[in-house]
Design a protein around this ligand. Structure first.
Ligand code: ZN
Length: 227
């Protein structure tokens, strides 16, 4: 499932909490402990811990194209400086560390030596982060792990879908057999009673009419089920 969040502060706004300075990123309010995954392949530039100041615990990823992605106010960090990361790799958990008034992720973008607007990367953050399990369901790290996770996810979905189709198909076949069975029993019953009626059984014809009515009803109901 994609990450659940709301944008609690946009890029460039002037806010009192920052002493009237411009906001150098976007703030995404989310529950503490939300998994944060890299949205790109790159290298962990730095892991920081400013304590109760600034962005608190944070991770800075240098993307392969040379930009910096800043993750701030994290609760815990799962990577170390110099580590290669790939899209979907767990960086750590979101939190409320540093200068923060509630659980949120501060995400910043540094481009050509200056802060840039990271708003366009929010959909990627949403796609890659959230409740996706660890670096990999199969314990495979890196891009292979990410692909393996996708395959497992897809296969699980496919199997569940296939099983449902199978069961529905089987039930409809079974209903069809019951209908055919009722048809046979009804016809045989009718024939026997008509013969008995012809042979002199007083109520033979009447009973055959009842059996015919009953089997017609079963057929009608059964037909409705199997269709
Ligand atoms: Zn912020």
């Amino acid at each position: 499932m994609p990450m659940k969040f709301r944008v609690s502060s946009e890029y460039g706004v002037l806010e009192e909490i920052r002493g009237g300075r411009e906001h150098h990123g976007v703030d995404l309010a989310m529950p503490q402990g939300t998994e944060l995954h890299s949205i790109t392949s790159g290298t962990v530039e730095r892991v920081v811990n400013h304590g109760a100041d600034n962005i608190g615990r944070g991770v800075i990823v240098r993307t392969d194209s040379g930009e910096l992605h800043v993750y701030g106010h994290m609760d815990s960090v799962a990577v170390h400086a110099g580590e290669r990361v790939f899209p979907g790799e767990l960086l750590g958990m979101s939190g409320n560390t540093g200068h923060s008034s509630g659980p949120h992720l501060h995400f910043g973008l540094i481009k050509d030596g200056g802060f840039a607007d990271p708003t366009g990367l929010i959909p990627d953050l949403q796609r890659y982060s959230g409740e996706i399990a660890g670096p990999s369901i199969l314990g495979i790290k890196g891009p292979a792990g990410w692909v393996a996770d996708k395959v497992v996810d897809h296969a699980a979905e496919h199997v569940a879908h296939g099983a449902r189709e199978h069961i529905i198909h089987w039930l409809s076949e079974a209903a069809g057999v019951l209908v055919d069975l009722s048809y046979g029993i009804g016809l045989i019953g009718c024939s026997v009673l008509i013969i008995l009626g012809a042979l002199g059984l007083r109520d033979g014809y009447r009973w055959s009419g009842l059996v015919f009515g009953a089997y017609s009803l079963i057929r009608l109901l059964g037909g409705g089920l199997s269709r």
